[in-house]
Ligand binder design. Structure first.
Ligand code: XMP
Length: 500
């Protein structure tokens, strides 16, 4: 196995993810907890925002590294890790001019770690400090215009690289990591199946004969978490599906069908009237979110009596974004439903180390229907935040119909899979139109169709006009009460993906 030591970088998880993609089992260890374990084949030291010469900067015990060295276990330092290795082995690190973004790496010497790379490669850099004197006896392997020592190898076979091989902006970065794993002679036997089996075993051990309740929304995360836990505890698991009345056309029926078909014990609560009543007269988006979360918490607390464990489909980015948003000075949106009520029960989150595409792979493996696996993300507060202004039964009806049309046409044209999200938003604004010689004064719908890799940034999709026309004419013809369709041509930032 490979140990990824977290020295504070936002990319630590990405390193671990690449390691896994290359078929090696990786584990992240916070720097304070690092010890040279018996079963480790190699160690990667992550980047980090600090400076190695600061007094309380993250570090690891040199004697631990020496122990690894004695055992012939290779170490690779990345960015801050590179600087830390240099410092621990007698080199010098200083503040420099810095390098941010893409740089050209020039290879000075051939080495196994750069096997398959050309003499000049694009790499991604993000550092202010740099190694100005290499550690004793080391060989400098590469440089860039602003960084004299961009990579080195110590006599004991430890490596440091100043650039980030784990990010996509370093096109041959994956190859560098691949080479390192080869140098480590790490076993390439990690795969999603293995991960699932391990998690199933872990849940089984934790839960024993206890009872678990998982709230499912019909989305891929919660459904996959539920499926995995079902494999672990069988009938000890029950799923709770709450119809908030804010779901898409036919969604409650479809989700219930799937749950039943997959053999779940289901608790179905139709709370649509309750939710709608609570939302009456509410216009402010955050107020809507608060009300929905509270209502849900109320139902969940009530229904979870008698269960010792609560299961949840939290995935890795949820944790990052929630952590980031709780730190940020300005709360943009109270996102991501990590606001499960504190019920005092033990929480199980078997997907918390996975990214969205990994969850999708796992979902396919566990047999979740394809349509569900590939469905676009849908926010927890549902259609309530896609109606700008007050939520009413009538507006929900219009929005559901329009949403169905958008999804149908996007799927039919093959564009559904090419975009991140595609949905209509109902604006509580009316405008004049003409239909069959008669003047109309009705609502308008905005289409939001975006491309994105992770929802942090997004750009509006440039789709063929013929498709836009099809969607628009179907909406105005088939959705009673709507006479105009707009297209949102704003990127994120500055606009967010959802309107509220
Ligand atoms: P924004 O609108 O912030 O959305 O650009 C980014 C991603 O998050 C989804 N989103 C939410 N998901 N609860 C959720 O579970 C929410 O309150 C919420 N608000 C936005 C949005 O659909 C997009 O994928």
């Amino acid at each position: 196995m490979l140990c990824v030591v977290d020295l504070g970088s936002q990319y630590t998880h990405l390193i671990n993810r690449r390691v896994r993609e290359l078929g090696v089992r990786g584990e992240i260890i916070p720097w304070r907890d690092f010890k040279p374990r018996e079963d480790v084949d190699g160690v990667i030291l992550s980047g980090g925002p600090r400076s190695v010469y600061e007094e309380d900067a993250p570090t690891i015990d040199r004697s631990y590294l020496d122990e690894l060295s004695d055992r012939g276990v290779p170490v690779l330092g990345i960015c801050y890790g590179h600087q830390l290795l240099a410092q621990l082995y007698g080199g010098r690190v200083e503040r420099g001019a810095g390098e941010f973004g893409v740089a050209t790496l020039y290879l000075r010497a051939r080495d196994q770690i750069f096997k398959g790379l050309r003499r000049r490669e694009k790499v991604w850099m993000s550092h202010r400090d740099q190694v100005v004197e290499p550690p004793g006896g080391s060989k400098v392997l590469a440089y860039t215009r602003n960084t004299r020592i961009a990579a080195f190898r110590l006599p004991n076979g430890f490596y440091g690289v100043q650039f980030h091989p784990e990010v996509k902006h370093t096109p041959r970065g994956r190859k560098v990591l691949d080479n390192f794993l080869t140098i480590c002679r790490a076993r390439r036997d990690w795969n999603m199946m293995g991960y699932a089996e391990e998690k199933i075993e872990e849940v089984r051990r934790r839960v024993g004969r206890g009872k678990v309740l998982v709230a499912v929304s019909g989305g891929v995360d919660s459904m996959t978490a539920a499926l995995l836990m079902k494999r672990a505890v069988g009938d000890g698991l029950e799923v709770l599906f709450v119809n908030t009345g804010l779901l898409r056309e036919d969604e409650p029926k479809e989700v219930l069908n799937i749950l039943k078909r997959m053999g779940f014990r289901v608790r179905y609560i139709d709370a649509s009237y309750e939710f709608l009543k609570a939302l009456r007269g509410v216009v402010d988006p955050e107020e809507k979110r608060r009300i929905i979360a509270e209502k849900f918490a109320e139902i969940f607390s009530r229904e979870s009596r008698g269960f010792e464990f609560i299961g949840q489909g939290t995935i890795y980015p949820d944790r990052i974004e929630s952590a980031a948003s709780s730190r940020a000075a300005h709360r943009i949106k109270s996102h991501h439903n990590v606001v499960m009520p504190d019920t005092g029960r033990e929480l199980i989150e078997p997907l918390s180390g996975l990214y969205k595409d990994e969850v999708r792979e796992l979902a396919r493996m566990l047999g979740l229907p394809r349509k569900l696996v590939e469905r676009h993300p849908f926010p927890g507060p549902g259609l309530a935040i896609r109606i700008v202004g007050e939520v009413t039964e009538d507006k929900l009806r219009m929005l559901r119909k329009a949403d169905k049309i958008v999804e149908e046409e996007m799927r039919r044209s093959g564009y559904y899979r090419k975009v991140w999200q595609a949905f209509p938003v109902l604006l509580s604004l009316r405008s004049v139109g003409v239909q069959g010689d008669r003047r109309t004064y009705e609502y308008m719908i905005a289409l939001r169709i975006v491309k994105s890799a992770d929802a942090m940034t997004a750009s509006f999709a440039k789709l063929p006009w013929s498709l836009m026309e099809k969607i628009s004419s179907r909406i105005v013809n088939e959705v009673e009460g709507v006479n105009r369709v707009l297209y949102d041509v704003t990127n994120k930032p500055p606009a967010t993906i959802e309107f509220e």
